[in-house]
Design a protein around this ligand. Structure first.
Ligand SMILES: Cc1ncc(COP(=O)(O)O)c(C=O)c1O
Length: 400
């Protein structure tokens, strides 16, 4: 308090980063820890992308660039939107930032005033609500239910919208549930938005390519072209291209918003890493076949984890369509006591006791604004997942 700004007191540090850090510390102290908390693929960045970075470095591409992206990358993003989404964005309608997180941050900080509201289908990614609150605006959670596969009902969206609503943030496939909308399911939501012309849509498509069982990806501006002029279609390389550490995200949207985001970025980080930008051109334009290979592994892991968690006492785990997370309910564990005598009153208690008793790190549902549940990331080997799920089964089996 005092010296630190009030705006910082409105927000929390990222819970997923906090759990991952705690797991790393326990491991470093010699504990046998399995962390299922990180939001990143365990696969390596593709070799052609690494080679493009090395080439850029050798060619001296190491200077400041245009604030929101080199023209070559904007052109590659323009091609990507046209090829994969049927969306026609001009380079002046494209913004590139240091990770999808910065792009979302820029969009929200550039548009929100105190008192504005942002509708977030819950459970949702940890950072949306905090960025909204940092901007002085208010997150409004529109609840989804496990029984509906964690998909938002049109009437729930309708009820969440008020004259103060500025944005709906949409994320399919979702972090933390893995739920993904079909075109038809999304159309029911875009129909609601058509009736509310003051509401903009921020579509977080970062898990676009991590979609299973033959499902096709859908994004609001393509499903309902009449929303194109008030939609920011955001994406990034972290997840599908296994490039979390490289920090690159991008978005297409109306010029008025894109130029406001550029202005903000010009006074914070300036351009994203020049070398990463050249690697990103190769990632988007180069071969894409590794994605399907990685997805085969993700499907096997998902099926393993869903089956094993559903055998654990008190857990209920729906089978998600995409991303690399499952979001089981732990309602059956609440009110019980763990083998080591810890009372489980909340999902945070569940996650803490699980980490202490069995050395498995998961992220509690409260961090994603939906309890009692927890998020498991299955972006790790089947052997590790099997071990972790056996420990979770044992932990749940011992609850009294
Ligand atoms: C839903 C969602 N959006 C955006 C991001 C931001 O990713 P990055 O900043 O690495 O592009 C993440 C990362 O965890 C995410 O899960």
């Amino acid at each position: 308090m005092g010296f630190i700004a009030d705006s910082l007191n409105r927000i929390q540090p990222s819970a997923t980063i906090a759990v991952s850090t705690k797991a790393r510390q326990l491991k470093a102290a010699g504990r046998d820890i399995i962390s299922l908390s990180a939001g990143e693929p365990d696969f390596d960045t593709p070799e052609n992308v690494k080679a493009a970075a090395i080439q850029a470095l050798a060619a001296g591409k190491t200077k400041y660039t245009d604030v929101d992206g080199i023209p070559e990358l904007k052109a590659a993003i323009q091609r990507k939107f046209a090829r994969e989404n049927g969306l026609d964005y001009k380079p002046s309608q494209i913004s590139v930032g240091t990770g999808g997180k910065q792009v979302i941050y820029n969009a929200l900080l550039a548009t929100l005033n105190p008192g504005d509201e942002v509708v977030l289908p819950a459970p949702c990614w940890v950072s949306y609500a905090d960025i909204v609150m940092l901007a002085g605006a208010r997150p409004v959670f529109a609840e989804t239910r496990l029984e509906d596969g964690y998909k938002l009902k049109p009437e729930v969206l309708e009820a969440a919208i008020t004259p103060k609503t500025k944005w709906l943030i949409f994320n399919s496939p979702s972090n933390p549930t893995g739920a993904a909308y079909t075109k038809e399911q999304m159309k029911m939501l875009t129909d609601v938005l058509l009736r509310h012309e003051h509401v903009w849509v921020l579509s977080d498509d970062i898990y676009e390519h991590l979609l299973y069982d033959g499902l096709s990806f859908a994004t609001p501006a393509a499903v309902e072209p009449r929303l194109f002029d008030r939609t920011l279609t955001m994406n990034g390389l972290s997840k599908a291209y296994c490039m979390t550490g490289w920090r690159l995200g991008y978005a297409g949207g109306p010029e008025v918003l894109i130029s406001a985001m550029r202005k903000l970025q010009s006074q914070s980080t300036s351009n994203p890493c020049s070398i990463t930008q050249w690697a990103a051109v190769e990632a988007l334009d180069g071969p894409q076949d590794f994605i399907a290979k990685n997805n085969e592994k993700f499907v096997e892991r998902r099926d393993l984890v869903v089956a094993m968690l559903n055998q654990a006492n008190g857990l209920k785990c729906p089978k998600p369509e995409g991303a690399f997370y499952v979001y089981p309910s732990c309602a059956g564990a609440i009110g019980k006591t763990s083998a080591s005598g810890k009372k489980i009153a909340t999902d945070e208690d569940f996650a803490t006791a699980l980490l202490e008793d069995e050395g498995v790190a998961v992220v509690h549902g409260a961090a994603f604004a939906s309890s009692p549940a927890f998020r498991v990331s299955y972006a790790t080997s089947k052997e590790v997942l099997e071990d972790a799920c056996r420990r979770i089964q044992r932990f749940c089996g011992n609850l009294r």
